[in-house]
Design a protein around this ligand. Structure first.
Ligand code: ATP
Length: 318
């Protein structure tokens, strides 16, 4: 990482970072470090948090947030965006660098769509640009992985296979837009609690966790045909999320009842996402779901969309 050339204090940098859904989340065994081995197909969708960084001379890093769930989040050093800015500054070895960060949240909080990771990714990119740091994309992804398993994908966007705890990425082909309806729940779910419940359920049922790569889904994604993709969507955390949040079963049923091709809990939930045939179909499914019990808000999105560092890695065959 090169040192800053001449930080322009009045500069304002704006970065948009997309939410993710997991088209497949294949969860393996719990590792000694407490994380689970994963194979996951990430898909970035057109629901963004906006991160703005403005320079300041006194070396302070401040944060203000507005929008979706922001009143529930601290704006201190525990916030992932502030942690990201502090980590970047430490790596640059320039303790005098300062910034005012502003975040407009749209990604549901604790909804399984990696909103916190999006904010961390946005803060990394915005501060690197603001401070004139020439950070190679690989280094940015590595810093992101220190902040959270989903942060590297938030930087990259598009479609990608994630291995390890999700941070080892292989970008995937498949640029044909897929149409989704996102149904947000009235509350959130804690990711660690969902993984704990997953461990209990698999042990109880004598199941062997399987983190094999979902090659059929990856091929279907490349075809871009939603009818091929629909039956291959898979979330190994879904049973645990539904067990902790039983209302999700009714939401998934409601989406299918109004004609979605498939419905799945997004990541650790509780947001549910429904695959539709095209834009018009998504309009009809969204209309049908908007009055469903247990659904707080409904949005139509498409994917894949690029992240702020979309060109960081080449598309790979897996
Ligand atoms: P995960 O990436 O663990 O699946 P999620 O997508 O379900 O998380 P997030 O909205 O990322 O949910 O929030 C997870 C938790 O991260 C929050 O409950 C909050 O305690 C913490 N957090 C810290 N900073 C942020 C931030 N800027 N935005 C959202 N959450 C944050």
């Amino acid at each position: 990482m090169r040192n800053p050339s001449s930080p322009v204090v009045s500069q304002r940098i704006h970065v948009r970072v997309p939410a993710k859904i997991n088209l497949a989340l294949c969860v393996g065994s719990r590792r000694v470090d407490g994380f689970h081995d994963l194979s996951t197909v990430f898909h970035a969708v057109s629901l963004w948090d906006d991160v703005v960084a403005v320079g300041r001379r006194d070396g302070r890093i401040t944060l203000t947030m507005s929008g979706e769930g922001s009143e529930l989040l601290p704006c201190d050093e525990t916030n992932l965006a502030v942690r990201a800015a502090l980590l970047l500054r430490e790596q640059a070895g320039e303790p005098g660098l300062g910034a005012d960060l502003r975040i407009e949240k749209r990604v549901p909080l604790a909804g399984g769509m990696a909103g916190g990771s999006a904010d961390a990714a946005g803060a990394l990119v915005a501060c690197a640009r603001l401070w004139g740091l020439d950070v190679p994309p690989g280094e940015l992804l590595a810093l992101g992985a220190q902040l959270g398993s989903d942060v590297p994908f938030s930087l990259l966007g598009g479609n990608a296979l994630g291995r390890g705890r999700g941070e080892r990425l292989h970008p995937l082909a498949g640029a044909v837009p897929l149409h989704w309806v996102v149904a947000a729940a009235p509350d959130g779910l804690s990711t660690p609690a969902v993984y704990r419940r997953f461990d209990e359920l698999t042990a109880h049922d004598g199941l062997v966790p399987d983190s094999g790569v979902p090659t059929d889904l990856i091929a279907a994604l490349e075809s871009g045909d939603p009818r091929e993709v629909a039956p291959l969507l898979r979330n190994d955390l879904q049973a645990a999320a539904v067990d902790l949040h039983p209302g999700l079963a009714a939401t998934l049923d409601a989406g299918l009842a109004v004609g979605a091709l498939a419905g799945i809990v997004s990541g650790s939930g509780p947001t549910c996402v429904f695959l539709c045939a095209d834009e018009r179909h998504a309009g009809a499914v969204a209309g049908g779901l908007s009055s469903a019990r247990g659904v707080r808000a409904v949005q139509r999105v498409t994917g894949p969309v690029p992240g702020p560092c979309a060109a960081a890695l080449p598309v790979a065959r897996v």
